[in-house]
Ligand binder design. Structure first.
Ligand code: CA2
Length: 168
């Protein structure tokens, strides 16, 4: 049986792009010591605390990410994505996010604007609700809180009946 609390439960899709499966195993001075599993555990713990559902996926393939973003229209309220290297190259991921029409938060472990110039351009930022960069794995948790606040406020706005007869 689904009670009212369950039927309104917010569902977020968290996507990790290419090479993020290597987190904690290599380039630790750059990306930190935390494994992807530990990052995902922290995401799952916060989800439980704040009463939302999350599904977490990682792929090294651009096509997988595009397909998952397309499919997220059904079953998810918002997306959190670290597109990793595809941030700086992928018109396809950008187009999928725009087409899905779901609020999407872009996360980067590092501050991409302090790094090489080719990392300063994000194809994703222009279609994202917001971007969080430079906070390490905490960025995913900040994104969850920010996205939840956004979803709650837009949902309230949608549910509030419009006054009739008033001025536009
Ligand atoms: O800072 C981020 O989160 C990035 O999205 C990470 C990407 C990079 O291409 C972006 O410019 C910024 C790279 C992810 C690679 O992750 C690794 C983790 C451990 C070892 C090697 C790679």
């Amino acid at each position: 049986m689904h009670g009212p609390a369950e039927s309104y439960m917010v569902r977020m899709l968290v996507l990790h792009g290419p090479n993020l499966n290597l987190l904690g195993t290599r380039e630790r001075s750059l990306y930190g010591p935390t494994s992807l599993k530990a990052v995902n555990d922290a995401i799952a713990r916060l989800a439980e605390q704040i009463g939302i559902q999350v599904e977490i996926r990682q792929s090294n393939s651009e096509g997988d990410l595009v397909t998952w973003i397309q499919e997220a229209r059904v079953g998810f309220d918002g997306i959190i994505i670290n597109p990793a290297g595809y941030t700086h190259t992928s018109v396809a991921i950008r187009d999928a996010i725009a087409a899905a029409g779901l609020p999407t938060v872009e996360v980067h472990l590092t501050n991409i604007y302090q790094r090489e110039p080719f990392r300063h351009r994000s194809y994703i930022a222009g279609v994202a609700l917001g971007q969080i960069a430079g906070f390490g794995p905490t960025g995913y948790l900040l994104a969850m809180r920010g996205l939840l606040d956004h979803l709650k406020s837009t949902r309230t706005a949608r549910r509030t009946p419009r006054r009739s007869g008033g001025k536009a």
